[in-house]
Design a binder for this molecule. Structure first.
Ligand SMILES: *[C@@H]1O[C@H](CO)[C@@H](O)[C@H](O)[C@H]1NC(C)=O
Ligand SMILES: *[C@@H]1O[C@H](CO)[C@@H](O)[C@H](O)[C@H]1NC(C)=O
Length: 549
């Protein structure tokens, strides 16, 4: 009731100062698209005029229906090569399962940016040159642009729509400020951008693959942290640099650097939730709205389970749902991983398993015991809401991580790539989930032991429930947090006082390494000097005396 009143209040507040907002929603990954579409909904629900501009980088089919608010104007931008995109099979990256090449951190840091960013180039280049569309957008006289920053062209494009002259005048950054561009990140964080908004290095605050975290971390863990952190930052910077290059190629002249453009905003909105995320130092400029996609009321009344699941869930006392999401496909899982899973199915005959498996696979079906059901698609939220489902086995995409956290269910997190390893440890920290190495999928016995513990030990259920309670009672509702900060940012587009200047001084001055070195050297020299004075000098004096005598 309380929240409803608050929302109503905000609604009327919103109407009186309603703004005309353009939201950039590049279509490339479903969870990103979903996050931004729901954000558009929330902003429109609060009385603003919202236009959702969606350039298609791939032929994603299920974008319709994500936006519920009828007042949101959706402009789909289909590039000329859209038919080609439609013919392409959605990329499924089978190599991420177990290819040592693709799982090598150094190669990944250098290859991943190109393979991701190249997906954006054609549509972005066409749009950058499409004067008609740009003029049409310009004529709508938006007050503010909100833009996803995984694909930074949205940002640079905006500067082109609204400041056609500024591109010829790079010193004129102030001109860019006339219309605030607010960056959002549909992942928990994008370290490079977080640092632009004043967040100090996350070394030691975030786990690095292969490192223990404080207080267990030793010297080698810290060396590994530095190495991994370097790779991660170069990967992120390369992504933005590559985009900057193709943007400049498309419009045929330089544009302001992405760092300078993104820094112009008074806030940076991320999909992190402070009560789910790692404890990381931050600034008031970085707004954490993770959880806006979750509606607790709605989650308690999810749609009825499809008929076919009723007998399946009644088969045994415990049911386990297995899904590796939509980008990575179960049917492309290497055979030794599948063998590990089959071993677990056979060792736990009292448990029913529902496995999202995208193909009719007769060969596999013949190997499976009776307690396994393969489904090409699963009604995930409805299944997670059902008491009979005891554990969720997931790849730990952010969408699924949020869904399982807000369902109060234990989860076996088996991350495959990208931000998934972080999401896995992020959830496991709370005690209701276990982060499990994908290469240990081939170890059927370990998998069985882990699964058995999760089903039989009530600790996991209790901890998962506790996290749900915490998220349900967090002091500031994520939707309210989003709207308050957004409206504040539109009111004070030039506010920069919450970004510490220490961030601009380089690593040595930032962490006082010069001062520490100076003091250390000074201390060593003084100890040495004192030693000379106390021990050596009197002896010399004495020996001189002795000689002279
Ligand atoms: C929002 O849209 C309505 C209806 O089209 C219009 O009357 C109003 O002026 C718009 N508000 C802004 C801030 O553009
Ligand atoms: C660039 O911006 C400055 C400052 O606003 C202005 O004085 C100058 O005339 C601009 N130059 C061009 C070529 O537009």
């Amino acid at each position: 009731m309380h929240t409803t009143n608050l929302l109503t209040f905000l609604f009327f507040l919103g109407v009186s100062s309603g703004k005309n907002i353009l939201i950039f929603n590049p279509i490339f990954g479903f969870s990103h698209v979903k996050f931004i579409s729901l954000m558009a909904d929330i902003i429109a629900d609060h009385g603003h005029n919202v236009t959702l501009f969606q350039p298609f980088h791939n032929a994603m089919k299920n974008t319709e229906g994500l936006v519920k608010n009828k007042n949101v104007e959706i402009i789909n931008y289909y590039p000329d090569h859209y038919e080609e995109l439609e013919k392409l099979e959605t990329e499924t990256f089978p190599g991420f399962w177990d290819s040592h090449l693709m799982n090598n951190p150094v190669l990944q840091a250098f290859m991943m940016p190109r393979s991701l960013v190249l997906q954006f180039e054609r549509t972005a280049a066409q749009l950058l040159k499409d004067q008609k569309t740009l003029d049409e957008l310009r004529s709508k006289k938006f007050d503010v642009v909100i833009s996803e920053t995984f694909e930074i062209t949205g940002f640079c494009k905006n500067s082109k729509y609204f400041y056609p002259n500024s591109l010829n005048n790079f010193s004129d950054i102030a001109h860019l400020l006339e219309l605030p561009c607010i960056p959002i990140m549909s992942a928990v964080r994008f370290t490079t951008f977080n640092e632009l908004f004043g967040q100090p290095s996350s070394l030691g605050y975030l786990p690095a693959i292969g490192s223990n975290m404080a207080p267990e971390a030793g010297l080698f863990d810290r060396i590994n942290d530095v190495f991994r952190n370097f790779l991660m930052l170069s990967c992120m910077e390369r992504m933005s640099d590559l985009q900057q290059t193709f943007i400049e190629n498309a419009i045929g002249r330089p544009v302001p650097h992405w760092r300078d453009l993104i820094k112009q905003s008074p806030i940076y909105i991320t999909n992190s939730n402070p009560y789910l995320d790692f404890a990381v130092p931050t600034t008031a400029t970085i707004v954490h709205v993770g959880g806006i996609t979750m509606d607790l009321k709605q989650m308690k009344h999810v749609g009825k389970l499809p008929e076919e699941y009723v007998p399946i869930l009644n088969e045994r006392e415990s049911t386990v749902l297995i899904s590796f999401g939509s980008v990575i496909r179960s049917f492309q899982m290497p055979d030794n991983f599948k063998a590990g899973l089959i071993k677990m199915f056979q060792s736990l005959p009292d448990v029913t398993f529902i496995w999202k498996y995208e193909k009719d696979d007769v060969e596999l079906k013949n190997k499976l015991p009776k307690n396994v059901h393969l489904k090409k698609w699963v009604p995930q939220p409805a299944l997670l809401a059902d008491k009979r489902v005891k554990v969720f086995v997931t790849h730990g995409g952010l969408g699924s991580t949020m869904e399982v956290a807000y369902s109060g269910k234990p989860a076996l997190m088996i991350p495959i790539f990208g931000d998934q390893p972080w999401n896995a440890v992020m959830l496991a920290r709370h005690g209701g989930a276990i982060a499990y190495d994908k290469f240990d999928l081939q170890d059927g016995e370990k998998l069985t032991r882990t699964m058995k513990a999760m089903i039989t030990n009530p600790k996991y259920q209790e901890k998962a429930q506790e996290l749900l309670e915490i998220l349900s009672n967090q002091p500031i509702d994520p939707k309210l947090n989003l709207m308050k900060h957004l409206e504040f940012a539109m009111q004070f587009p030039n506010l920069r006082s919450q970004i510490p200047a220490i961030n601009q001084v380089g690593i040595i001055a930032h962490y006082y390494l010069d001062a520490i070195a100076f003091i250390a050297i000074f201390a060593v020299l003084s100890v040495y000097g004192t030693y000379i004075i106390i021990c050596k000098l009197p002896i010399r004096l004495v020996s001189k005396k002795v000689k002279s005598e």
